[in-house]
Design a protein around this ligand. Structure first.
Ligand code: 1HN
Length: 378
């Protein structure tokens, strides 16, 4: 809930470097400021304008084993329907004031749908996506287009599109959601509408209409030549992502310089109708770190959330170090150094790799000319 209670200004005349001498006149001046709701810049400039970003968010890791156990329990005791809208359980960063925010700009959740359940139609200005780390059986319906969801698929859903989810299968399914809720909340730009109670598309096709139109790289249907700010392609299938990463590593082995750094293949999900990020506020990528490979520590403005798709490895974010496995999710706050080490394969061989899905607020920072990156050379 928004805090609508006025908070008084409290200023303490204090003897500290950069502060004016404490005198009765200063105390009186500060009282005047308090009464008029004023705060002088000299009082706390260090907090307002630090020399580099100091994130309010903490590095944090959520284990999938614990997430899925709790989501299953929620499936037993919490109904899904109008009002709550979704059985989605958000990651709450430990230093963001008990809000359901993974980072200052990004919302991330595990969502769970039981057999034969429907999460009803609605729309909102928040941009969203789904990513599937395990299972299948749910169709997300976007503007009447039913889109099947399966392991490894990435499904963007731009703001203000009508959407619902239906599970006509006989087993439960979980996936993760990412949205720009905290960002839109902060800039106060959010709108929301309930949709029709009944789904208008109960079909369960193998391929969405969006994929029929947009799913062939480099071919744009003439009737829809862009640009459009949100991707019209509603599913990016695992077989393509996997093949793209496999081929990057194979080309690298053959001596071509095609990877981000040695043993580190990566792709960005892009909007086929403008070549930019799939969503105007959220960047989404998939990274594959070959067995035994390590990434150079990286600092970036803006924040990211990762989910481990496959493999095992060690993640370092600032002073935090986690051993991760399938499904684990973690946060990289702004300007905190981040690196990944993929475990060596069985018997120290190079079979196996660490696969990471990533989303970030980079499009916002880039549009505002606030993006900065620093790579520490090993
Ligand atoms: C929403 O519509 C979904 O459609 C997931 O699955 C999470 C969190 C807040 C508001 C709307 C979804 C959401 C959401």
């Amino acid at each position: 809930m928004p805090n609508t209670h006025p908070t008084p200004v409290r200023l303490e005349a204090r003897d500290a470097p950069g502060q004016p001498p404490v005198t009765p006149e200063l105390v009186e001046l500060y009282q005047g400021f308090e009464e008029e709701m004023l705060i002088p810049l000299w009082y706390d400039i260090g907090n307002l304008m630090p020399f580099h970003p100091i994130s309010k968010a903490a590095p944090h890791m959520w284990s999938w084993k614990n997430l899925i156990k709790l989501a299953e329990k929620a499936g037993e005791i919490v109904a899904v329907g109008r009002g709550g809208e979704r059985r989605a359980i958000a990651l709450a960063n430990p230093t963001l004031g008990g809000r359901p925010y993974a980072t200052p700009t990004l919302w991330a959740a595990i969502q769970y749908l039981c057999p034969e359940e429907v999460a009803p139609y609605h729309r909102h200005t928040q941009n969203a996506f789904r990513f599937v780390v395990e299972g299948e059986g749910v169709w997300t319906v976007v503007n009447s287009d039913p889109v099947p969801m399966r392991r490894g698929d990435f499904l963007p859903q731009g703001g203000w599109a009508w959407h619902a989810h239906q599970n006509p299968s006989q087993h439960s399914m979980a996936w993760i959601d990412g949205l720009d809720i905290p960002f839109q909340y902060e800039v106060e730009a959010t709108f929301f509408e309930f949709g029709p109670e009944e789904l208008d598309a109960k079909e369960t096709p193998d391929v969405s209409r969006a994929e029929m139109l947009w799913g062939r790289a480099g071919l744009t249907p003439l009737n829809f030549v862009g640009p459009t700010p949100k991707s019209p392609l509603l599913a990016y299938r695992w077989e393509f992502t996997d093949a793209a990463l496999r081929d990057q590593l194979q080309l690298e082995k053959a001596g071509h310089q095609v990877t981000v750094e040695p043993g580190h293949a990566a792709v960005r999900y892009t909007n086929p109708n403008n070549g930019l990020d799939v969503l105007p506020t959220i960047r989404t990528e998939f990274h594959r770190i070959a067995a035994g490979a390590e990434t150079a520590p990286l600092k970036e403005t803006g924040s990211s959330v990762f989910q481990v798709f496959d493999g095992t490895g060690t993640i370092t974010v600032g002073d935090s170090l986690w051993n991760v496995e399938r499904g684990d999710m973690f946060v990289v706050p702004s300007w905190v150094p981040f690196s990944v080490k993929s475990d060596a394969g069985q018997d120290g061989s190079d079979s196996g790799h660490l696969d990471l899905f990533r989303f970030s607020d980079s499009p916002i920072l880039e549009k505002l000319d606030l993006a900065r990156v620093e790579v520490e050379k090993n």
